[in-house]
Write a protein that binds this ligand. Structure first.
Ligand code: CDP
Length: 230
């Protein structure tokens, strides 16, 4: 078996990427990396320092701030990443709907993407990883050993995300979540740098009719077949 395997999982918001990526990584004992959490951490920093005003980001100050702080990962017992800002976990803080509302605005800035790309490459150096995001198979790891593109209809994705967020934000409405997903999909697919696209060589999995275990089993089967033949 090859020493280092890269599995890229891309797709729109709430298509199940992170849940599935975690389980696939656990099965093979690979490291799971949630690339969206890095963009969320940068957004958290921008909001905390009031660098987003009336929909505009003070990019120069944000880059300056990033150069003077550290965004890093530690790994829990399941080999999953826990994101840290200046060595403090911000894993919970980055999942709010406020961060979700602004993250795509931050993620379309090329300087920010370059900053995040370096973290993605550094963290994957010398290990087998399952990384999920929007541009993993197209830009971050165009030569990934396996590329999957997960999709599901907007309503299914909205109910998944709403059920998750309702636990921490009780008053949140289904329609608000739907609007956020639509806005983000639109921004993520139409941006100039590293848009969300299905690369030609990725395997499309539509999870509307499949539950998590079925998707995970499908991906594990594909990987197993390939690596045992090598
Ligand atoms: O959890 P969800 O799928 O909604 O989003 P996420 O994976 O946490 O990513 C949050 C946002 O970061 C996305 O909507 C994108 O704007 C951006 N992102 C990106 O541009 N490229 C990536 N590789 C990962 C995330």
């Amino acid at each position: 078996m090859k020493q280092k395997i890269i599995v890229a999982i891309d797709g729109p918001s709430s298509s199940g990427k992170s849940t599935i990526a975690k389980l696939v990584a656990k099965h093979f004992n690979f490291t799971y990396i949630d690339s969206g959490s890095i963009y969320r951490a940068v957004t958290y920093l921008a909001i905390k320092n009031k660098l987003i005003k009336t929909g505009k980001i003070d990019v120069v100050s944000l880059i300056d701030l990033l150069n003077n702080c550290s965004i890093s990962f530690s790994f829990n017992l399941n080999n999953q990443n826990v994101i840290k800002l200046n060595n403090l976990s911000i894993d919970k803080e980055i999942r709010t709907s406020e961060i979700s509302n602004y993250v795509s605005l931050v993620a379309e800035i090329n300087e920010i993407r370059k900053y995040v790309l370096k973290i993605q490459k550094d963290i994957s150096y010398n290990k087998s990883v399952v990384m999920d995001g929007r541009d993993i198979g197209s830009v971050v790891f165009p030569n990934a050993d396996f590329k999957f593109f997960l999709d599901a209809s907007l309503d299914i994705r909205t109910s998944r995300r709403w059920n998750e967020l309702k636990l921490i934000e009780k008053d949140l409405k289904f329609e608000e979540v739907k609007k956020d997903l639509l806005n983000r999909d639109e921004k993520d697919t139409s941006r100039k740098f590293s848009p969300l696209i299905k690369s030609k060589d990725s395997i499309l999995i539509d999870s509307d009719e499949l539950d998590i275990t079925e998707v995970v089993d499908k991906i594990i089967d594909i990987i197993k077949k390939e690596i045992t033949n090598k």
